[in-house]
Design a protein around this ligand. Structure first.
Ligand SMILES: Nc1ncnc2c1ncn2[C@@H]1O[C@H](COP(=O)(O)OP(=O)(O)OP(=O)(O)O)[C@@H](O)[C@H]1O
Ligand SMILES: [Mg+2]
Length: 386
């Protein structure tokens, strides 16, 4: 039976639960010499797992390890050398993850020179092939960059949502980027190149680029439907939120043809600049709040709220396409949200039937509803139930 979400609150936001949806669940985590953890072996539970404690004790580090073991890659920007405990040679991160196919074991060894990942004892050669396998939706304070930061952050976010649902997108992004780099290399050569010498790359950019754009636009349509739902249920039906897509080339029904033509037309100026100025790597993903560009006009709280709404929409989209509830990780979510938005958010958490990990300096700020498990973090040690 489909549980009907109560109207007019954040509560419904992440939910709209189909109780039958399968789930990803982290059952156990072990760490050795990871960040400020020397040795840790910890079971986790369904429902809400609250990781709490004073500043600088290792709450975010623990969340990062959970993300790493499920996504098989660290938070963006974290280097291997930073993950290994100061003064140590290597880290070990091990997780037992329950998913549709049963219990899986992920085993990651981290050294300065690289990571070695095994899934059920088999070496994982291509992490991207497993993208979205144990889907995690992550919310970090820095995610506000999705709204406030540069165009690259917005394109990357949209592409990551598309990729979790359509894994082929990852390879296409890589092939596309390679074609653009090759074209840029030709454009940067000292000797004058003709448009003929980049024809091969133009063709690839147009063909793969059209597929990338097509998927992005499809995803934005779904996103916009979900965002309207989320803001409505959120009690904020007076706010309209939209994702927009701006083409770096003149749009036509045949997108590949439109890219081809734009590359040809821009060839002289691209040659002068030494790089490719049209194509999906230059398209603009934007967020509009009540029709205004959120990157310029949204307040901190509005931006944070928008990111939460995007993540809520992302969960729904993922569930709709795959039938699976992702794991939700939230680091330090409450700062900058006013009382109304906080209470919407907490209701949301208690109604989301997937596994949730949330960090806080004060566990009492997270209402105890439903299944609730607390973990006190103190200088790289964790006390369960405290
Ligand atoms: N590679 C490492 N080796 C040892 N310690 C590290 C390593 N990387 C980070 N740390 C330490 O881990 C500590 C805890 O960091 P973390 O960000 O997890 O704290 P936190 O509990 O989330 O704090 P806050 O409440 O301020 O967000 C920091 O003091 C940091 O110096
Ligand atoms: Mg932290």
């Amino acid at each position: 039976m489909v549980k009907k979400a109560p109207a007019g609150r954040w509560g419904a936001v992440f939910s709209r639960e189909k109780r039958s949806a399968s789930q990803v669940q982290l059952k156990h985590l072990s760490l050795r010499n990871y960040r400020n953890y020397e040795n840790l072996s910890l079971p986790f539970y369904t429902g809400l797992n609250v990781i709490h404690g004073p500043n600088a004790q290792g709450k975010t580090n623990l969340l990062e390890a959970i993300y790493l073991v499920c996504g098989m890659r660290p938070f963006s920007g974290a280097k291997n050398s930073e993950l290994v405990r100061f003064g140590c040679e290597a880290s070990l991160v091990k997780g037992e993850i329950l998913s549709g196919n049963g219990l899986n074991e992920v085993h990651i060894t981290i050294k300065k020179e690289g990571r070695h990942t095994r899934l059920n004892s088999k070496t994982v050669r291509s992490i991207s092939q497993h993208f979205g396998r144990f889907k995690v939706v992550l919310f970090l304070p820095s995610d506000i960059e999705i709204v406030k930061g540069g165009l690259q952050a917005r394109r990357n976010y949209l592409d990551s949502v598309v990729s979790a649902i359509h894994p082929a997108h990852i390879k296409q992004l890589r092939d596309y980027q390679r074609a653009v780099s090759q074209r840029n290399h030709m454009l940067g050569l000292k000797e004058k190149v003709s448009s003929l010498s980049v024809e091969l790359w133009d063709e690839q950019i147009a063909r793969i680029g059209a597929e990338i754009v097509g998927r992005r636009i499809e995803m934005i349509k779904s996103f916009n439907r979900k965002l309207t739902e989320v803001y409505g249920e959120h009690g904020e039906s007076d706010t309209s939120a939209h994702v927009s897509y701006g083409f770096s080339f003149e749009r036509r029904a045949d997108i590949a043809e439109a890219i081809r033509e734009a590359l040809c037309k821009n060839f002289p100026s691209d040659r002068k600049r030494g790089h490719t100025t049209v194509g999906p790597h230059r398209d603009r993903v934007g967020f509009l709040l009540n029709g205004q560009d959120a990157s310029r006009f949204a307040s901190q709280g509005q931006s944070k709220n928008l990111v939460l709404a995007l993540k809520a929409s992302e969960i729904r989209l993922f569930k709709e396409h795959t039938g699976t509830n992702p794991i939700l990780l939230l680091d330090d979510i409450t700062s900058e949200l006013d009382i109304k938005r906080r209470s919407f958010l907490f209701r949301t958490l208690s109604e989301f039937t997937g596994q949730v990990f949330v960090t806080s300096t004060d566990k009492n700020e997270i209402p105890r509803r439903g299944e609730f498990h607390s973990f006190l973090v103190d200088s790289g040690r964790v006390k369960t139930g405290a």
